[in-house]
Design a protein. Sequence first.
Length: 646
Amino acid sequence: MSEPIHVVVMGVSGSGKTTVAGILQDRWGWEFAEADEFHPQANIDKMHAGIPLTDEDRAPWLKLIREWMTSQEKAGKSTIVTCSALKKGYRDVLREGGAPVVFMHLDGDHSLLASRLAARTDHFMPPSLLDSQFATLEDLTADELGAVVDIAGTPAEIASQIEVKIKELTHDSARTSAVEPAEATANVGLYGLGVMGSALARNIASRGFKTAVLNIDPQQTDRFMEAYGSQGEFVPAKSAAEFVASLERPRKILVMVTAGAPVDSVLAELSPHLESGDIVVDMGNSNFRDTRRREVAMRQRGLYFVGTGTSGGEEGALTGPALMIGGADAAYEQLRPIFEAIAARAEDGATCAVHVGPDGAGHLTKTLHNGIEYADMEVIAEIYHLLHGAFGRSNAEIADLFEAWNDTELRSYLLEISAAILRYTSDGEDFIEKVSDRAGHKGTGAWSSMIGIELGVDVGMLVNSLLARFASASKTRDAWPALEVAPYPADAFGVSDESLREALLLAKLVAYTQGLGVIRAASDSFEWGIDLAGVCRGWRAGCIIRGAMLDDFANVLDGGADPASILLSSADLVEQYLPSLRRVVAAASLAGAPSVALGSALNYLESVRADRLPTALIQAQRDYFGAHGFERVDMEGKGFHGPWHD
Ligand code: 6PG
């Protein structure tokens, strides 16, 4: 254990010192105190009344803080203290002990501080006192141990800057770690021990890799070690510095945290400790544009950033996920042995860890995997709803039917779990009846539609499957008197079980054509060179949309064929099954059951097969009111105008 040291995080009210100190405490596990808690009641009363404190008022307060620091120091403990510490004389009091006291002054734009303070409702310091704080503030002098840290970044970034500065000031990297730095023997690190991260860490360690683990809340690391520590070789770390120090070079760090700002915080926390050539992999459901931004920023620092889509839920993460990897070849080659060891394998033994392309290619592919997932789930659910609500079939009968379909070319994980779900009972009732129909969504479904629209790809099924979730939880629906789906005889429109199966099959062909169409368009736009056949082969096991049809799709797409060939190569089947899809959608409409995704699939097929579409009139309308011009069917060329205004 290092000798005790005190870190005083100082700054005026609104500088964020408490939040930053809290993060440091989480990382280092040191004793922590807020200086404000040591104020005698008389001082608190004065501050409440808006009266600035005098030096005399502050003397007993500073003494109490220093006494606390000394008591911790005597017990061999380091501390973090948050304190306004405005004058050098005050800091001198806090320095009156044996152990070094480092002052980290959080400073920045004064108008930003004032606006932060004005927004506060939970603090006894009225904003008017900020001016007096600035007036009293004395900057750190050259003979004081300390540094100024800008408050512009996120709290995690500021905390990381503090870690680096303390290392520089004390020339001791062990200071900011609660324990001695570990030897660099871990093969890989896993940051983020939530449900998915824990499962991944266990999977990696179970394949013989020594795995360092770190979590923002160190207590979760303790819980993880208690539950699973004996299942493999783990190196638990309490701080980013310790975590990174435990990894062999080049370091390979997998990050499994919530997409969005948490990923940036983790990168800010890790980066100061990393060295050129180290690799950070974001395994979460990140937006590919964020991944591209992060990849550039990391590359400029000589680091590799690899955006990897991970599919398969908790079970997949534990036993074998599908991985859609986006990053530089050199980084992938380093990661390959780990990824191939932990990923699922298709029946032919091929790995489902697929390096699909550079930077954002992996996360874009995962996003479209999820877009297809939404569509696949929605069509199964619509068929279930029609069978149950309109045709009066029991849950067990529908489970039988889905199981039977699962023995055909429709075999898929989602169909299999749908059948399984329908068999669960509780208190003598089918459990599905207890599940609320208000559907959730976390982002990837919306992104898959948005990028498709942006790139001009028809993603009707993906969009509608997302909108079906929106409708299920809409305010309009809340306000509407509930209506049951009207019982409707299945045979009134000749809706046989087989026609439902055929409708499902066609809808799946459309969903994959659209989803893969977006991947192709993005790949062309960003020059990623994604091999769609390889993507489909990687989806054959481990992921949520795994199923028998993926082998066929891969074969069709081999050699770089356009995703439209999924439908075109099945043109005969489409003609054969289309009457079934029409009947199913018509029956659903007559029964009053939504067929948002099935109807969308049908409309897509009707449109792409049509000899002539309503859009001829659209073109004429556009030209009529805006002289936008059109092409003619009877002449070559563009930019024709109608006789409207002659
Ligand atoms: C997977 C899943 C997984 C995720 C999605 C979708 O491939 O393992 O796609 O990444 O569960 O949760 O989430 P929402 O339905 O909540 O958007």
